[in-house]
Design a protein around this ligand. Structure first.
Ligand code: ATP
Ligand code: MG
Ligand code: MG
Ligand code: MG
Length: 439
């Protein structure tokens, strides 16, 4: 993309309404524009990052054997009356009446709707196990929408639902989700720590939240510092193997890590003092096993191997896709701007032309641009007729991992400059060598 033809409305001033760094940087970098309290338009570069995260989530869900689908944002109140949550959910639910006077709601989550789909089409244990998921906009009328996309009212969430014959199978589904979530967050360049949590309005006993440590996090967390040494890395886990998935769960939940909702002072104090940590965290996902709560209420039964009809065991599993954009920035920035991890960056590298209009510099930039495209990379070429300082400031603000600086002086010596956004280190090299580095 050529910057002169793109839509990147960066702000010079720091917006005063933004209290935390990710919100400030998303506004300044022209990623979002507020449309109402807790409601945002995703401008082109913000949308690009959102799509990248969404793709990672899809790839990891499909890898785990989960099946993508799409349910609507608007739901009928009837299903929620069946489960008993139409009254129980409270004022966070946005309730709507259509012109016929029918009660609708903008879905805050989808347990009821997916359970209805299941009971309409599945009747036998032979069709299990089954995990369906979608990535769809949700609405929760949060009492205090704030921090930009971190606590929106409209937000983008992946929510998945497993259907299993037995509790044991459903716990395997739970463990499998934990494994796939660890992989997902690491691909986004994040460490998200599974912590024992409280189940809230979803219900159930077994639940873990995934938290990214950050000063601006809304949750208070308590953990054993050893947990932050655990890395999922590039291990291959057989998602069908109960033992393999359970082993990962045991490893990643073997150290004390809890949110304030479940914190146990006595257990915490049993950890050697130098390893006890109290910090803030951002909730970027949560997994639940809730057994037959919805299948009992809504009659989602299957015929078991012995011919008897039994309610299915279920769980639900959410990832806050739009919140993650903010969480990644909270975890990865400096005083100049965002520093995108390679896996989620909106463009792979920026090209800065120090002397737009200089025939040789323009030609070298064009060649680099074509070279990157040929390598399957997505460059952003700052071809505006602007001062170098302004171009550098924009590149630092939008945080692409690499910058290639091209100018007449370097070209005389046959070199361009390759700069890492994260380390700030620059190296001169021939254009072909820079391309090779990025490949
Ligand atoms: P929170 O405690 O932050 O209110 P939650 O526990 O109510 O979140 P879940 O029902 O567990 O949320 O939804 C799954 C994920 O969706 C959360 O882990 C979070 O990442 C994301 N999420 C929830 N509410 C919001 C929101 N208002 N804005 C953006 N993302 C959200
Ligand atoms: Mg909430
Ligand atoms: Mg929560
Ligand atoms: Mg939650």
């Amino acid at each position: 993309m050529r910057l002169s033809r793109y839509f990147l409305p960066v702000l010079k001033e720091t917006p005063s309404e933004a209290q935390i760094v990710s919100h400030r940087l998303m506004l300044r970098a022209g990623m979002i524009k507020q449309a109402g309290a807790g409601i945002y338009s995703w401008l082109p570069m913000g949308f690009k990052v959102l799509r990248k995260l969404e793709n990672i989530v899809h790839e990891e869900q499909v890898r785990a054997g989960h099946i993508p689908m799409l349910m609507p944002t608007l739901q009928s109140a009837d299903l929620w009356t069946e489960s008993g949550r139409y009254d129980a959910y409270g004022p966070e639910m946005l309730r709507i009446k259509d012109r016929q006077g029918r009660d609708l709601l903008y879905g805050p989550t989808n347990e009821e709707m997916v359970t209805d789909i299941f009971r309409s089409h599945v009747g036998s244990y032979k069709d299990l196990p089954l995990t369906l998921y979608h990535i769809q906009w949700k609405f929760r009328d949060e009492i205090r929408p704030r921090f930009g996309v971190m606590r929106g009212r409209e937000f983008y969430m992946k929510d998945g639902y497993n259907f299993d014959l037995t509790r044991e199978d459903a716990l395997h589904s739970y463990n499998r989700h934990l494994v796939s979530y660890l992989r997902t967050y690491e691909r986004m360049g994040l460490q998200a720590i599974p912590m024992r949590a409280d189940s809230g309005p979803i219900g159930g006993d077994d639940t873990h939240e995934f938290l990214v440590l950050a000063e601006t996090g809304e949750s208070e967390v308590f953990y054993d510092s050893e947990i932050t040494d655990l890395k999922f890395g590039d291990r291959e886990v057989d998602y069908d193997s109960h033992e393999a998935c359970r082993a990962v769960l045991e490893e990643f939940t073997s150290r004390y890590a809890r949110t304030d909702e479940t914190h146990d002072e006595a257990l915490f104090n049993a950890i050697p003092e130098e390893r006890r940590r109290t910090a803030r965290g951002i909730e970027v996902g949560q997994i639940f096993y809730f057994g037959t709560k919805y299948s009992d209420a809504m009659g989602a039964n299957v015929q078991g191997p012995d011919g008897r009809s039994v309610p299915v065991h279920m769980g639900s599993h959410g990832i806050g896709v739009s919140r993650l954009v903010g969480a990644i920035i909270e975890a990865s920035h400096d005083d100049k701007g965002i520093i995108w991890p390679e896996g989620v960056t909106p463009f792979h590298a920026g090209i800065v032309n120090l002397k737009q209009g200089d025939a040789e510099a323009d030609a070298a930039c064009d060649a680099l641009y074509q070279g990157m495209v040929a390598l399957g990379l997505d460059p952003l070429y700052d071809d505006r007729d602007e001062r170098a300082g302004g171009k550098f400031a924009t590149m630092d603000l939008i945080g692409l991992p690499w910058r290639i600086t091209v100018g007449p002086r370097g070209l005389k010596n046959g070199v361009v400059e390759l700069t890492s956004r994260r380390t700030g280190e620059s190296e001169e090299m021939p254009p072909e060598a820079a391309l090779e580095r990025l490949a």
